[in-house]
Design a binder for this molecule. Structure first.
Ligand code: ASP
Ligand code: MG
Length: 415
C-alpha cells in the first residue's frame, strides 16, 4: 500500500462528466489499497474567466483581491470531485490550501510555498478517506490567500507529495508524457520513458510547457518520484498499465540504463535580441547596460560581449519578446550615459536547444550540432552552453528546420 498523489489539470476537470471520470480513476487506485491525495486545477477556462472579471473592474487588479478571486476556481473543482467520489461509494474530503494549511510567502500572484502542515491530511488518510486539496494556492503568515502563478497546481501537487513523503506523484495531463520534442513540429518525436529531473528542468525553462518549472525544482530538491501521464485513457484501464505509462522523471544516479547523449530538442519562439554597438571597452560596462534592464524587471537570458577593437566593443543579449520594446526604451534612455554608438535589435529570432545529461561524458556534441545546422545553411547568431545543454539563437524562419534536423541528427526520430 503506497501513498500516491494525483494531479489533474484543467482539461481533465473540464466538465461534470470529466470530473466523474477522474473520480472513477481515483476510486480505482483507492480500491487497490493505496492512500490517495488528489490535487486538481480549476475547470478549464475558469481561472481565465475569473481574472477577466477582475480586469473588468480594475485594468491592473489589486494583487491581493486578484488572488482571492482566482483561487476560487480550484475550490469548486475539489468540492465537485469529492462529491463525485462519494457518489461512487469512495469516502473523500476536500480542502482548500488555507485549510491544510499550505503556507506561502506573501508575493501575491506568484507566491512560493514555504511549508505544508501534513497533520490534517494524514488524519483523513488514516481514516481511509481520499483527500482532495486545491492546487495553485496557499495562505501567508497573516492569513491572506495567495496563488502560486499560472500553472501552479503542478507545484502544489509535487510540494504536497514532498511534504507527505509520497511514494509517487502522478501528473495527469492532456499529453501522454514528455516528448523528445514538440510532435507538432516533428511528427517523428517520441515519448520518453524516463527523463532525468535536470533534463526536465532544462526542457521546462527552455520552453517545453509540460510542467511548471517550479514543480520540477521541487521534485528535484525533495526527490519526489514524479510521472507525467495521460488523463485521456479510459479510467478503468488496468492499474498496472496506467502506473507504468507516461514519462517518469528520475535521478541520474538511480538509472543504470545506458544514457542517450541527447534526450530532447527544446525551442522557444518568444525571444528577442538586442545589441548595443560601439560601447567603450572598459570595466563596468556590462553592469551599466544590464543594471537598468534589471531595474526595469526585465529578465535577460543569453549574453555575449565581443572582443574589443579600437577601445570599443559590441554587447548583445536576449530578452523575452514581450519585453523587447520596453528593453529598447530603457537602453535608449541610458545610451548617451553609456557612451554607446547605436542600439539595434531583432525580435524575429528564436532559441533552439539540445538537452541531455549524456553530454557530460560525450565530447563533440556541440560540433555535431553546429555542423548539422551549417549543412542547412542556418546562421547561428548566439550560442550558449551549460553542462547538459547547448542553445543557439537563429532567425525564427529556421525554427522548424533546425528542430527537425537536430532531432534527426541526434537519433531521436522514431525507429
Ligand atoms: N488554475 C490555475 C491556472 O489556470 C492553476 C493551474 O491550472 O495549474 O493557471
Ligand atoms: Mg496546467
Amino acid at each position: 500500500m503506497a501513498l500516491i498523489v494525483h494531479k489533474y489539470g484543467g482539461t481533465s476537470m473540464g466538465s461534470v462528466e470529466r470530473i466523474q471520470n477522474v473520480a472513477r480513476r481515483v476510486a480505482k487506485w483507492r480500491a487497490a489499497g493505496h492512500r490517495m491525495v488528489v490535487v486538481p486545477s480549476a475547470m478549464s477556462g475558469e481561472t481565465n474567466r475569473l481574472i477577466a472579471l477582475a480586469r473588468e473592474i480594475q485594468a491592473h487588479p489589486d494583487p491581493r483581491e486578484l488572488d482571492m478571486i482566482a483561487s476560487t476556481g480550484e475550490q469548486v473543482s475539489v468540492g465537485l470531485l469529492a462529491m463525485a467520489l462519494k457518489a461512487l461509494g469512495t469516502d473523500a474530503i476536500s480542502y482548500t490550501g488555507w485549510q491544510v494549511p499550505v503556507r506561502t510567502d506573501s508575493a501575491y500572484t506568484k507566491a512560493r510555498i514555504l511549508s505544508i502542515d501534513d497533520a490534517r491530511v494524514r488524519a483523513d488518510l488514516d481514516a481511509g478517506r481520499v483527500v482532495i486539496v486545491t492546487g495553485f494556492q496557499g495562505i501567508d503568515e497573516l492569513g491572506h490567500v495567495t496563488t502560486l502563478g499560472r500553472g501552479g497546481s503542478d507545484t502544489s501537487a509535487v510540494a504536497i507529495a514532498a511534504a507527505l513523503k509520497a511514494d509517487e506523484c502522478l501528473i495527469y495531463t492532456d499529453v501522454d508524457g514528455v516528448y523528445t520534442t514538440d510532435p507538432r513540429v516533428v511528427p517523428e518525436a517520441r515519448r520518453l520513458e524516463r527523463i532525468t529531473f535536470e533534463e526536465m528542468l532544462e526542457m521546462a525553462s527552455l520552453g517545453s510547457k509540460v510542467l511548471q518549472i517550479r514543480s520540477v525544482e521541487f521534485a528535484g530538491k525533495y526527490r519526489v518520484k514524479t510521472r507525467v501521464l495521460s488523463s485521456l485513457t479510459p479510467p478503468d484501464i488496468p492499474l498496472q498499465v496506467e502506473a507504468n505509462s507516461g514519462t517518469l522523471i528520475t535521478f541520474e544516479e538511480d538509472t543504470s540504463m545506458e544514457q542517450a547523449v541527447i534526450s530532447g530538442i527544446a525551442f522557444n519562439r518568444d525571444e528577442a535580441k538586442i545589441t548595443v554597438l560601439g560601447v567603450p571597452d572598459r570595466p563596468g560596462i556590462a553592469f551599466q547596460i544590464l543594471g537598468p534592464i534589471a531595474d526595469a524587471n526585465i529578465d535577460v537570458d543569453m549574453i555575449i560581449q565581443n572582443v574589443g577593437h579600437d577601445g570599443t566593443t559590441d554587447f548583445s543579449f536576449t530578452v523575452n519578446r514581450s519585453e523587447y520594446n520596453k528593453a529598447l526604451g530603457v537602453l535608449e534612455s541610458v545610451k548617451s550615459h553609456i557612451g554607446a554608438r547605436e542600439i539595434v535589435g531583432d525580435n524575429k529570432i528564436c532559441k533552439v536547444s539540445a538537452v541531455g545529461v549524456g553530454m557530460r561524458s560525450h565530447p563533440g556534441v556541440a560540433s555535431q550540432m553546429f555542423r548539422c545546422l551549417a549543412e542547412e545553411g542556418i546562421n547561428l547568431q548566439m550560442i550558449s552552453t551549460s553542462e547538459i545543454k547547448i542553445s543557439v539563437v537563429v532567425d525564427e524562419k529556421y525554427l522548424e528546420l533546425a528542430v527537425r534536423v537536430l532531432h534527426k541528427t541526434f537519433g531521436l526520430d522514431q525507429a
